[in-house]
Design a protein around this ligand. Structure first.
Ligand code: ADP
Length: 485
């Protein structure tokens, strides 16, 4: 199998440890398939604890020289890395779509989005300021500095195989921390390609290491090894909780970007066409497989039917297909397990009285393709109200009052993204302040940007990625108390 990329050097089937491209000790590999075709596109090493330990040791050895570089020196290397990534945008997007399934246009967008974190944190590296605090005694002076936390372990998911990696590696490296990263086994090639570019950009050996293979063995070493001072994870709440427990034994810092159950509220004073447009982007981007995808769409009584009709008309126009071919707007789901989850949610809702307004079944293209689906008459008793579907299913709930919908929106253990459409200024403030979420999209369905803090409350995790706040997750505060003055 040969990917249609210009620079074949970007497609690596080995791991990157201490500046070397290496295989697993056992020689074993894992196959990676294209979810649109079922075709095997390549293999990656099946590594475990021993290789991970070597990567951690290499990172630790590289740390001293890396943190001693001036912020500007690190920034210049990161900038070069960013430039190479943007120059390779087309090839990186093809690799991404081939392993992940999203339409090529979305994949290109993800490469630019992923690269933007490198650019942003290269700039932020120079602004890691400390503090001088007026002392509590006359003969003392208080100085506060910020230091890199140390070796960072990162575990990333398959839904944004480029951007979830850069969003962790860039702030860590900018702050002066070396990184050991494990990508999801479904989508390792995008991360390995990033490492190729880091190497070409002149990032020193050991500063960025990539290991692929057994999640539990690699994760076990990352969380138990005392050299690792910080674990940053994006994935399910279930695995996030497990990793937090594992990290407790050595009191590691953690950043957790976990599951969501985003409410998307359409009030009766909303611009309905704008709300439909926002819902389309928030719900169906990446075939509904993002942790900020609208999961529960609440529509106020008076506009419910009109919104449902308009949404149906928009969804019916979507082109489904192989992301690498034609003008596809929706690719396949990542695997059959994901398809089954969508089917379960539809069956549960229909069994409890919901109606299928559009779609509702596997797509004629076969494999893990699924029809974009709209359900009406959805209620809080249905599974989709409680769990993240992570697929192209738009369930429409009906509500009467602002008070009622705020209660419904907050009735979940999750708290990542939320959205609402309204024009009344008083309502906008009331609702924005009342929803228990880390992110609130107001009259917009797209909220991600490297300049803004991304992260959740409640069981959606801790820490923030992006913005001036994002680098704090990779810094420790040191307080120097100078006496005898
Ligand atoms: P998803 O349901 O999106 O696949 P997961 O939380 O299972 O979410 O996976 C996110 C990332 O966590 C992936 O890289 C996966 O390999 C990794 N992972 C899964 N199980 C474990 C584990 N026990 N320890 C460490 N990492 C894990």
């Amino acid at each position: 199998f040969v990917l249609p990329i210009k620079d074949q050097g970007l497609f690596r089937q080995q791991c990157y440890i201490n500046g070397q491209w290496v295989d697993a000790d056992s020689g074993k590999t894992i196959e990676v398939t294209n979810p649109a075709t079922g075709e095997v596109i390549g293999t990656v090493p099946q590594m475990g604890a021993a290789e991970t330990k070597r990567a951690i040791d290499a990172a630790n050895a590289a740390w001293g020289a890396w943190r001693k570089k001036t912020a500007k020196e690190r920034a210049n290397l990161l900038r070069q890395w960013f430039n190479l990534m943007m120059a390779a945008q087309e090839d990186l997007a093809i690799i991404l779509t081939a392993e992940q399934g999203k339409p090529l246009a979305e994949a290109k967008g993800e490469i630019a989005y992923g690269a933007s974190y490198i650019e942003w944190f290269a700039e932020e590296a120079k602004r890691i300021y400390g503090d001088i605090i007026p002392p509590h005694q006359g003969d003392k002076r208080i100085v506060v500095t910020k230091e890199p936390v140390g070796v960072v372990a990162a575990i990333t998911p398959w839904n944004f195989p480029n951007a979830m990696g850069t969003r962790k590696a860039a702030p860590a490296m900018a702050a002066g921390c070396p990184v050991v990263m494990k990508p999801a086994s479904q989508t390792p090639f995008s991360t390995l390609a990033i490492a190729v570019l880091a190497e070409r950009a002149g990032i020193p050996a050991g500063v960025l290491n990539i290991v692929t293979g057994s999640a539990s063995a690699i994760g076990g070493e990352m969380t138990s090894n005392p050299i690792v001072r910080k674990l940053t994870f994006t994935g399910s709440t279930e695995i996030g909780k497990l990793l937090m427990q594992q990290c407790a034994a050595t009191v590691k810092k953690t950043s957790m970007e976990l599951g969501g159950n985003a409410p998307f509220i359409v009030f009766d004073d909303a611009d309905l066409d704008a709300a439909v447009e926002g819902a389309m982007m928030s719900k169906f981007r990446n075939t509904g497989q993002t942790c900020v995808c609208a999961n529960r769409i609440y529509v106020q009584d008076a506009v419910y039917d009109a919104f449902a009709e308009k949404l149906k008309a928009a969804v019916a126009k979507m082109k489904i297909g192989d992301g690498l071919k034609g003008e596809t707007q929706q690719g396949p789901l990542i695997d059959m397990k994901a398809v089954e989850k969508v089917e379960e949610h539809i069956a549960d809702a229909v069994g409890k009285g919901a109606k299928v307004a559009l779609g509702g079944k596997r797509h004629a293209l076969g494999g893990s393709f699924f029809e974009p689906t709209i359900l009406t008459g959805v209620t809080s008793q249905m599974a989709v109200a409680k769990e993240e579907t992570f697929g192209p299913l738009a369930p429409l709930f009906r509500f009467k009052t602002e008070e009622e919908v705020i209660k419904m929106a907050n009735d979940t253990e999750f708290g990542l993204a939320s959205y609402f459409y309204a024009r009344d200024l008083g309502r906008v403030w009331r609702v924005a302040e009342a929803v228990e979420y880390g992110i609130v999209g107001i009259n917009t369905g797209i909220i991600s940007s490297e300049v803004a803090p991304f992260g959740g409350v409640k069981e959606s995790g801790n820490g923030r990625e992006g913005s001036k706040y994002g680098i704090e997750d990779y810094l420790e505060i040191k307080y120097m108390c100078m006496g005898g003055i």
